[in-house]
Write a protein that binds this ligand. Structure first.
Ligand SMILES: [Zn+2]
Length: 400
């Protein structure tokens, strides 16, 4: 049994920091959390771990692509780089994520089942990294956005078959492409792609198998189609309007804005990010921020996803996404909840994301106070998964 005594503790529910609170971990799960005097274990076998700084839940990145290079043009890299290099890079992505305090990632699509095999290796414990939920190949229309990562399927029957194929391959969730996107040449972010019937077919197959559906959805019509069909998360969500925001509130769906991806492309213009991508991002940026602010004001759930792997957006920089959440109107507590409690809810995992009794002891220790300055979330001192210390120098512990 371990008894953690940090300077302060964040539960991950968007509430204030608790100074003088402790956390008891037993058999990899959180056994107690509360004021130190109330939860201090009596047993002599307890190790006490005193931490200067903040203890919070391990972070969750709800939108990654471990198969994408994060180079100037990851779509071109997919075509020119071999499988071996892609696999080695993906393993490095896992390492980089966990070093940044991320204990769970939801990978949103890659080719040839690489992400599914990595998720399996992590689950079975023979490779090291964060927990991973994997979508496998995305489902899109012929020539649609992200067709380089996916199965092209046209018509509800073909979509059903594509989703069933991913379920058979062992996907943890289904990713559908409801609109055009930024990094695919020749498609428009605002234009709908999969039809309402196709999206409904995908959601039906996923629901029967107990999987959630995430929709890449940027334009208003596609966002509406995806929500009505029953997806649980809207990825990117550039053009929300009052109707789609109302639908999200009514259905309890979550917005994953992935600001870091667009910002990296804007910042990378001079470095040589393809101009068609930069041009599209410039056109949508204002609407993207306004959509996020309107969603926040209306009480839509928001969750943190980096879209790591997209141009000049490497894995392991979740702090950048949290900083952008705050820059665009979230409080630091809301941003942290978006990467912890709300993220766990968005991805359908009630065993992680909160420092609450019964949840897995996935913990992040950072120096000082990220509520004062969200950038401090990047000062990672230590990470635990299932109560096991996995990153950072081992902290001192003493017998109680
Ligand atoms: Zn993505």
């Amino acid at each position: 049994m371990h008894f953690f005594r940090p300077t302060q503790l964040l539960i991950g529910d968007g509430g204030p920091a608790h100074a003088g609170w402790g956390l008891v971990v037993e058999h990899g799960r959180i056994a107690a959390v509360g004021p130190v005097d109330d939860v201090a274990p009596r047993a002599g076998s307890t190790r006490v771990v005193d931490l200067v700084g903040t203890l919070l839940p391990g972070l969750i990145d709800c939108h990654t692509h471990v198969s994408l290079s994060g180079g100037l043009n990851p779509v071109a890299d997919l075509k020119t780089e071999g499988r071996t290099r892609r696999t080695v890079r993906a393993l490095h992505a896992l390492t980089a994520q966990r070093r940044a305090g991320v204990t769970t990632i939801r990978d949103m699509g890659g080719p040839e089942g690489l992400d599914l095999e990595l998720a399996r290796g992590l689950r079975e414990g023979w490779i090291d990294g964060p927990r991973m939920l994997a979508a496998g190949e995305v489902v899109c229309i012929t020539g649609g956005h992200a067709c380089f990562l996916g199965i092209e399927a046209d018509g509800p029957d073909a979509v059903r078959a594509a989703v069933r194929k991913q379920l058979k391959a062992g996907c943890d969730l289904v990713k559908v492409i409801a609109t055009g996107g930024v990094i695919t040449a020749g498609v428009e972010p605002g234009a709908a792609q999969m039809t309402p019937e196709e999206l409904r077919a995908a959601c039906e197959e996923a629901r029967k198998a107990g999987r959630l559906v995430a929709a890449h959805a940027q334009g208003t019509e596609g966002i509406r189609n995806a929500l009505v069909a029953g997806v649980s998360t809207i990825e990117h969500g550039f053009f929300l309007d009052a109707e789609t925001i109302g639908l999200m509130v009514a259905r309890g769906s979550t917005l994953v804005p992935t600001f870091a991806a667009g910002q990296a492309m804007l910042d990378g213009e001079a470095a040589g990010v393809p101009s068609f991508m930069v041009e599209k991002i410039k056109r949508v940026k204002g609407a993207h921020i306004a959509s996020f602010q309107a969603a926040l004001a209306a009480g839509v759930h928001v969750a943190c996803g980096t879209d790591a792997g997209t141009p000049l957006n490497p894995h392991g920089r979740i702090a950048t996404e949290l900083e952008l959440f705050v820059r665009f109107g979230a409080t630091p507590a809301q941003a942290i909840a978006a990467a912890t409690g709300n993220a766990a809810r968005a991805i359908g995992r009630d065993d992680v994301g909160l420092l609450a009794v019964g949840r897995r002891a996935d913990l992040l220790w950072v120096a000082d106070d990220p509520l004062e300055d969200i950038h401090r979330i990047s000062r990672v001192r230590g990470v635990w998964m299932d109560g096991r210390h996995v990153e950072g120098p081992p902290p001192q512990s003493v017998g109680a």
